[in-house]
Design a protein around this ligand. Structure first.
Ligand code: AMP
Length: 270
């Protein structure tokens, strides 16, 4: 596996592969890699000849009060992990290469189409999905992959990327969980021992809703025993709007705070 930091070096390799007729699969990450990320890489390799993984902690998706400075940066461990994965090339760009001019993102395009940016996680993190879309579009422009893999774990993000990017086939990867059911996340590193014991209650509650053993009101009460609730919503999984007669798949989506750590999880039932 090769590692590059400059766009020129990246594109030299990509151009060589393209000239050989190879297809390019792309897995964007912020590092702090875990088995969830590795599952995306496996899926990318099944759908493309070469796999590029990027590691970039994107400043534009963090608000000033959020954890940009303390977000786990574990490059050495990540490179060791990637070297025994299906990754062919790791791209670790600098912020000045990703944003050569400034960090501003023109949101005029979404002025009549803000719904997906403002619901669920967008209520608590109004800046977040604009920052995500900005960096994904920029990375797509640089890498120009044939396919890119994103996790169902970040379901709203996946929706926004599918809707507001073009030219790249987006593949959805299932949620990877630990043995207790907690969805893997880089931010799980923030949890202390006691919080680690509590955190799996989130998935347990969502599972009971999916099994129709718990209605929304009782689920909220149960979650509030363990967590500070951000939201629990049961929506149409295809539109992220209220369930209607046309709904074929439902999304049970939740975000909670456990201490100062925000956890998100979901179950899609179709
Ligand atoms: P991140 O590094 O957190 O930005 O995540 C990079 C990609 O990994 C995103 O597409 C996430 O949805 C995906 N991802 C994160 N956690 C998981 C997980 N537990 N299972 C599957 N995919 C995940």
């Amino acid at each position: 596996m090769n590692t590059v930091t400059s766009i020129i070096d990246l594109q030299t390799t990509l151009n060589r592969w393209r000239a050989q007729g190879k297809s390019i699969g792309f897995v964007p990450t912020m590092g702090g890699l875990h088995k969830g990320h590795l599952s995306l890489i496996d899926i990318a390799k099944k759908n493309a000849n070469k796999v590029v993984v990027s590691i970039f902690v994107n400043p534009t998706q963090f608000a000033a009060h959020e954890d940009f400075d303390t977000y786990p940066r574990t490059i050495d461990a990540d490179l060791t992990t990637l070297s025994s994965s299906q990754t062919d090339l790791t791209f670790i760009p600098s912020a000045s290469d990703i944003y050569p001019n400034d960090l501003a993102f023109n949101q005029d395009e979404f002025i009549h189409d803000k719904y997906l940016f403002e619901i669920l996680c967008g209520k608590t993190r109004p800046h977040f999905f604009y920052g995500v879309l900005q960096v994904v579009r920029r990375l797509f422009d640089i890498v120009r992959p044939d396919i890119a893999v994103f996790g169902q774990k970040d379901y709203q993000q996946l929706h926004i990327i599918k809707r507001f990017t073009s030219g790249v086939k987006i593949i959805e990867a299932p949620i990877i969980r630990d043995s207790k059911g907690l969805a893997m996340s880089t931010r799980n590193q923030y949890l202390n021992e006691n919080e680690h014991k509590i955190a799996p209650q989130l998935y347990k509650t969502l599972t009971k809703i999916a099994q129709e053993k718990l209605d929304k009101k009782s689920a909220i009460q149960q979650l509030q025993i363990h967590f500070k609730l951000d939201y629990l919503e049961i929506l149409d999984a295809n539109t992220l709007k209220q369930i209607s007669n046309n709904t074929r798949k439902i999304a049970i989506l939740c975000a909670v705070f456990l201490g100062s750590t925000r956890l998100i999880d979901n179950i899609i039932k179709g």
